[in-house]
Design a protein around this ligand. Structure first.
Ligand SMILES: Cc1ncc(COP(=O)(O)O)c(C=O)c1O
Length: 343
């Protein structure tokens, strides 16, 4: 049975074009600064985001953790949304690697309210962690792939800059935000000191992320990447796939977003109230099955070859990506219809 894989956009497998580019990649020792494919990709991404430099890193998590280390000192306070990847899914890295204190703000739609950020900054004194960094995740994964709109980024960025703080964007899915709002990625990048994004999610590459920022920041980041064991050698084989991902994967994200909206409509018809299609802005659909057993729903759908992931006591998520077609979406909706009828 063909599987419809909706657990995450990280499940994409490299396209034939990516595999060919990997086989043909010109390579060198990147730790000696001699991998031409890595150098070209870093330069290309820096220019695309309007920053001075870029650094290829093995994962989004390493990009985040290494950046956090460069941008803070132990004991500093980092203002961040309470369900950000940095808070929930990086194995306590901010405490262990950077020794920072996370000052959390709840934002059900992923966009931190400027007044709450301002309150945290304003309440700082000689007893509190030094407010050093504001962290924005865009799109926001755990809040359903919601976009943090440019004006919301600007409002928070203005406050942070006025307070002499730095601003970082975990833009693992920034291209989804960019395509959904028709906003160039450089406009988002202009509001922050540095930004990380992933090739290995909706863009479809097998491995890799990029951090962009000033030349001085990237130079320090290179040292921290080495400290964390992320220095790589003939990394051009990975950067070649990443280059294909960024060259061919961005424009087609509109299809993923349309597929996600169709999924949301289908799920909402099958189980009214389970999802609000108006909140589906990018490639994620969060479905609340109410008093049904979510694990049983996930299992029943898996038995039909449709894989979704439970992400809460009554919630599962379905994520569209390059390897999910419009026909797959219809199959997923039919499986959900039968599942809710049977339960
Ligand atoms: C918002 C966000 N940031 C960072 C990451 C980490 O990326 P990686 O899995 O490559 O470490 C993820 C992974 O899903 C994510 O959703």
């Amino acid at each position: 049975m063909e599987v419809v894989e909706l657990r995450s956009d990280t499940f994409t497998t490299p396209t034939p074009e990516m595999r060919r580019a990997m086989a043909d990649a010109e390579v060198g020792d990147d730790l000696w600064g001699e991998d031409p494919t890595a150098i070209a990709l870093e330069g290309h991404c820096a220019a695309l985001f309007g920053k001075e430099a870029g650094l290829f890193v093995p994962s989004g998590t390493m990009g985040n953790e290494a950046s956090l280390k460069v941008l803070t000192r132990p004991g500093d306070g980092v203002i961040v949304e309470s369900t950000a990847h940095l808070v929930l899914y990086e194995r306590g890295g901010p405490g262990v690697i950077s020794g920072v204190v996370l000052r959390m703000v709840d934002a059900p739609d992923g966009s931190m309210d400027p007044a709450s950020v301002d309150r945290l900054i304003g309440s700082a004194n000689e007893h509190t962690p030094r407010p050093a960094l504001v962290w924005i995740e865009n799109t926001h994964n755990a809040r359903g792939g919601r976009v943090v709109a440019l004006e919301d980024v600007r409002a928070v960025s203005r406050l942070a800059r006025a307070a002499g703080m730095r601003i970082f964007m975990d833009g693992a899915r920034i291209f989804n935000a960019s395509v959904a709002t028709e906003t160039p990625v450089a406009d988002y990048a202009a509001e922050v000191d540095a930004l990380s994004f992933c090739f290995s999610k909706g863009l479809g590459a097998p491995v890799g992320s990029m951090v962009v920022g000033s030349s001085a920041f990237i130079e320090e980041l290179r040292g921290v990447r080495q400290m964390l064991g992320g220095g790589m050698r003939q990394v051009g084989v990975l950067c070649a796939a990443a280059r294909v991902a960024i060259d061919t994967g961005v424009e087609r994200l509109v299809e993923d977003h349309a597929n996600a909206r169709r999924l949301a409509d289908g799920f909402a018809d099958a189980l009214p109230g389970s999802v609000d299609p108006a909140l589906v802005e990018t490639n994620m659909v969060f479905v609340d099955v109410g008093n049904r057993n979510v694990e049983a729903v996930v299992e029943a759908m898996a038995a039909e070859g449709v894989r979704v992931a439970s992400v809460g006591p009554s919630v599962f998520r379905a994520v569209t990506h390059r390897d999910v077609s419009a026909a797959d979406v219809e199959r997923a909706i039919s499986a959900f219809v039968r599942t809710v009828r049977a339960q």
